[in-house]
Design a protein around this ligand. Structure first.
Ligand code: PRX
Length: 652
């Protein structure tokens, strides 16, 4: 790893903030960093009292008596949906547009003002209460990108039930696991979701999942795609039968600052996903402040975060941050390539989008698709661009800057995680000199460092492990039902008060951060985290497979693609059909987005004397590189055999 870190290309371009941008920016000078560093507790408390509307103001700031079980603003009371909706309507801002939603099928558009959203959320909350949802319950949400998805999230928040949104690309088996882990009693879904012109039959997948989820009492189903669906009387309820008829008034529950707001499952280094647990006030504050600082949002902005609400980016930067900040947003149902690669630019032009936030994988795909897809659109409304999810390569960055941003828009490269809840490392666009490929520096109130194996900070210019050394309000509080795993995953490697991110990073001579990817067995495919073990256990669950190893191999568009090495059971022959069946099997077990892009049959795997698979050698094989040092293998000759088997299958 150190080797990889030290060979990182030196990127020398530096782009200071445009003077006109700085002149109008919300944060126009660097004093905010000093203010936060002088007394981070007072800093966060000041913002908490100013930016959140409390039912009861907190007097406690940070309880750090029992690290890593930190508590923020623990005697405060509030409701997140009140902060996102009611307070804006009460202040006369009800007519402002909250979302302009654009459907995937062409010409579909819905405009929801803050008043509309408040009424719809209240109706949905009342309907959920009728279905038995109570404060403290967990509700699973498995929907496409329709306005009712944020409505459902906010309705849960209103009632004090934790939502657990499961991305619509996950399979029935993955959904069932997540429902059971959190013992959800209600599931909210759609008949289907539009994806690239096709219907993803969500209700069918829910029905399949619910065969093994005894705790679910009701399923609330939104009609979206209109096809026939199977119906279980007594359990299944149509959204259109209960929500429109419910009262548009529903008093928001008084929640404690440390009550759970939501769970969101993410991959770790084992096959079992982790239920990241976020609580109420600190999470909200992290979203509010980072959204103001990093995106510089102003009242007249049209803000578009092109993520899916199924991931944390959608939670923090489509729903909670923007709505709490009374922002006007665009929400799009589909993916960027359907019906053509022009779709996003057409939307930017039509809706005069001023802030656009997407993932490097999308940018690389735009580059590949060709400039003709954006050339005929007027993108002059854009004033700020953002990226998230993985390191961005300087070429893609330069394209984004010059073609999309006309060379005028600052780009905020935002580093954060499901666990951190909100952005941790990113430029302040009116202040920071940006460098293509660097997330620059930690936000005010966040202390990030790069450390060596012993936890000592490395000198500027070198690489190591990225850690966060001071608690922050939007930090995860635990893993659902598993405090021990919470401690051992994040707070053991360098001590109970140092958060280990799992990422490698380097700091340059100016102290700016360059992210270098995961240092554990987690693959980042198109900005989505998938663990190697998750893929491996899916594969060995297939009757033909004896053993499997999965790695991430470089991919020009997706960043990494999953590459699986599979040993078949005795007597089973490799074939193209079997390869297809195994790839499909991973899709059923986890989801289509986790399908291996490369699946190779081998007769052995490179193992050390202690039996550990040497993934670095498999990476060399997959990427067609010269093999690295294999001397610590039990049988060094094996890797040559694997390489020739792989080369034969790949036609190399
Ligand atoms: O490896 C880092 C990468 O994505 C991981 C977090 O994934 P997830 O929890 O799914 O959240 C993604 C959206 C916040 C990190 O550990 N990552 C995220 N943002 C960046 C990044 N890597 C480099 N640069 C980024 N800006």
């Amino acid at each position: 790893m150190v080797e990889a870190i030290e060979t990182l290309l030196e990127e020398r371009r530096r782009i200071p903030p445009p003077a006109a941008f700085t002149a109008a920016a919300r944060v126009a000078d660097a004093t905010i960093y000093d203010e936060a560093a002088t007394d981070f507790r007072a800093f966060w408390m000041g913002h908490a009292l100013r930016e959140i509307s409390w039912f009861r103001e907190p007097t406690e700031i940070l309880d750090d008596r029992n690290p890593p079980f930190y508590r923020w603003f623990a005697d405060g009371e509030l409701n997140v949906s009140y902060n996102c909706l009611d307070r804006h309507v009460a202040a006369g801002g009800g007519d402002k547009v909250a979302y302009t939603w654009i459907g995937e099928p062409a010409d579909e558009e819905r405009v929801l003002t803050y008043s509309d959203l408040l009424a719809e959320v209240s109706r949905c909350a009342n309907a959920l209460r009728e279905l038995g949802v109570r404060k403290g319950d967990r509700v699973a949400i498995y929907m496409g990108m329709v306005p009712e998805l944020p409505v459902a999230m906010l309705a849960c928040a209103r009632l004090g039930a934790a939502h657990s949104v499961v991305f619509g690309g996950f399979s029935a088996a993955a959904l069932a696991d997540r429902i059971n882990d959190a013992s959800c009693n209600v599931v909210i879904t759609c008949d289907g979701a539009w994806r690239r012109g096709q219907v993803v039959p969500l209700k069918v997948l829910v029905d399949e999942a619910l065969v093994s989820t005894p705790g679910v009492e009701h399923v609330l189903v939104l009609r979206r795609t209109g096809q026939e669906v199977a119906w279980q009387e007594g359990r299944d309820v149509w959204w259109h039968d209960v929500v429109p008829a419910a009262s548009p008034e529903c008093a928001p529950e008084r929640m404690n600052a440390e009550d759970v707001l939501y769970l969101l499952y993410t991959s770790g280094t084992t096959a079992k996903p982790k239920g990241i647990c976020h609580t109420t006030a600190g999470y909200l504050l992290g979203c509010i402040m980072s959204h103001q600082w990093v995106f510089d949002v102003r009242p007249d902005d049209v803000y578009w975060c092109a993520a899916d609400c199924g991931w944390v980016t959608g939670h923090s930067y489509i729903v909670y941050g923007p709505l709490a900040n009374h922002t006007t947003g665009v929400m799009y149902e589909g993916t960027p390539e359907h019906p053509s690669w022009s779709r996003h630019w057409e939307i930017v032009q039509r809706h005069r989008v001023s802030i656009y936030y997407t993932a490097p994988t999308a940018i690389r795909a735009f580059v590949k698709a060709g400039d003709e897809h954006l050339a005929r659109f007027d993108l002059s409304s854009l004033r700020l661009l953002g990226t998230v999810g993985e390191p961005i390569n300087p070429e893609a960055w330069m394209w984004y800057h010059s073609r999309v941003g006309r060379g005028e828009c600052p780009i905020v490269d935002t580093w954060w995680q499901t666990e951190t809840g909100s952005i941790m490392i990113a430029p302040l666009p009116g202040v920071t000199t940006i460098k293509p490929g660097s997330a620059t520096r930690a936000l005010p109130g966040v202390v990030a460092q790069v450390v060596d194996e012993q936890g000592a900070e490395v000198p500027l210019g070198s690489g190591g492990y990225l850690v966060l050394k001071q608690p922050w309000p939007s930090m995860l509080r635990t893993l659902w039902g598993d405090d021990d795993r919470f401690v051992s995953t994040y707070w053991s490697r360098f001590g109970r008060d140092v958060y280990f991110t799992g990422d490698g990073a380097r700091r340059d001579e100016d102290g700016d951060f360059w992210l270098l990817g995961r240092v554990d067995d987690v693959i980042n495919v198109a900005g989505h985290r998938i663990s190697t073990t998750e893929i491996e256990s899916a594969l060995v669950g297939h009757p033909a497979v004896a053993e499997a190893a999965a790695i991430g191999a470089h991919d020009a568009i997706k960043g990494e693609q999953i590459c699986a090495f599979v040993i078949l059971k005795d007597g089973i022959d490799q074939s193209v059909e079997l390869r297809g069946a195994l790839v499909a099997h991973v899709a059923t077990q986890i989801g289509k987005f986790a399908r291996p892009g490369m699946l190779l049959f081998t007769t052995d795997l490179p193992k050390t004397r202690s039996g550990k698979i040497m993934r670095r050698l498999l990476k060399d094989v997959a990427e067609g590189r010269e093999l690295g040092d294999a001397t610590t293998l039990r049988d060094p000759a094996i890797v040559l055999a694997i390489k020739s088997q792989a080369d034969a299958q790949l036609g190399r």
